[in-house]
Ligand binder design. Structure first.
Ligand code: ZN
Ligand code: ZN
Length: 191
C-alpha cells in the first residue's frame, strides 16, 4: 500500500516560476485528521476550506490563505455542544529547495540562535508546499482553551449535576458536613 500523501500538500505546478506571477486556488480539505484539542476541534468529517493565493517571488512562493471551518466541542461549564466558526488567515514564504540561503540559515550563526519556531524557514518539497503547519497554527492558536456555550453560562450544580439554568432559583441540597457524617453512630466512650 502506498503511503498516503497529506491532504495539505499542494502542488504549485500551475504557478509560473517568474517573480510577480500569481494564481488563486480554492481547496476543500475533507480527509484530514481532527484538528484542535479534546474540548474543541475540527472533527475529521468537517471540511476545511482554504482560499489560497500563491505568488511567485524571487526566492520561492509566497502563500496567503484564508481558512474557514466549523469547530465542534462542548461547553466546559455545562457540557452542552458548542460550535465555533473559524475564519482565520495565514501567510508563509516557501523557499525553493535549491535556494542556498536555506542551508545558511540552518547553520545558526549567533545572531540566528534567538529565532523561535515562528521564524522557522519553510521550504518547498519539489513542486509541493506543505500547508499543514500554517493551517494548524492558524486554527489552534485561535481556538478557545475553555469553550463556553454562552459567556454567562452558569454551569452545573456540583451536587446533582443538573444545569443551573434548568433548576429553580431556590435549588439547594441538604448540607451534610463530612467531618461529622463519618461519626454517625459513634458512641463516646465517656458515656
Ligand atoms: Zn454552557
Ligand atoms: Zn443540585
Amino acid at each position: 500500500m502506498a503511503t498516503s500523501i497529506s491532504p495539505f500538500k499542494f502542488n504549485t505546478h500551475d504557478v509560473p516560476r517568474r517573480a510577480g506571477e500569481m494564481r488563486e486556488f480554492f481547496l476543500e480539505i475533507d480527509d484530514h485528521e481532527p484538528l484542535g484539542f479534546d474540548v474543541i476541534s475540527i472533527p475529521d468529517y468537517e471540511p476545511i476550506d482554504i482560499e489560497l493565493r500563491l505568488e511567485s517571488v524571487a526566492e520561492g512562493i509566497l502563500a496567503t490563505g484564508r481558512i474557514q471551518a466549523e469547530a465542534i466541542g462542548e461547553c466546559t461549564r455545562c457540557l452542552d455542544p458548542v460550535e465555533i466558526s473559524i475564519d482565520e488567515s495565514f501567510q508563509d514564504l516557501f523557499l525553493y529547495e535549491e535556494d542556498p540561503r536555506q542551508k545558511r540559515s540552518k547553520k545558526g550563526s549567533p545572531a540566528n540562535e534567538e529565532l523561535d519556531d515562528s521564524d522557522e524557514v519553510k521550504t518547498m518539497e519539489g513542486e509541493f508546499i506543505d500547508l499543514e503547519p500554517s493551517v494548524r497554527d492558524a486554527i489552534i492558536l485561535n481556538l478557545p482553551l475553555n469553550p463556553l456555550c454562552d459567556p454567562d453560562c452558569p454551569g452545573l450544580c456540583p451536587t446533582c449535576g443538573v444545569k443551573w439554568s434548568e433548576l429553580p432559583d431556590d435549588h439547594a441540597h441538604e448540607v451534610t458536613d463530612i467531618r461529622w457524617s463519618g461519626l454517625e453512630g459513634w458512641k463516646s466512650p465517656r458515656n
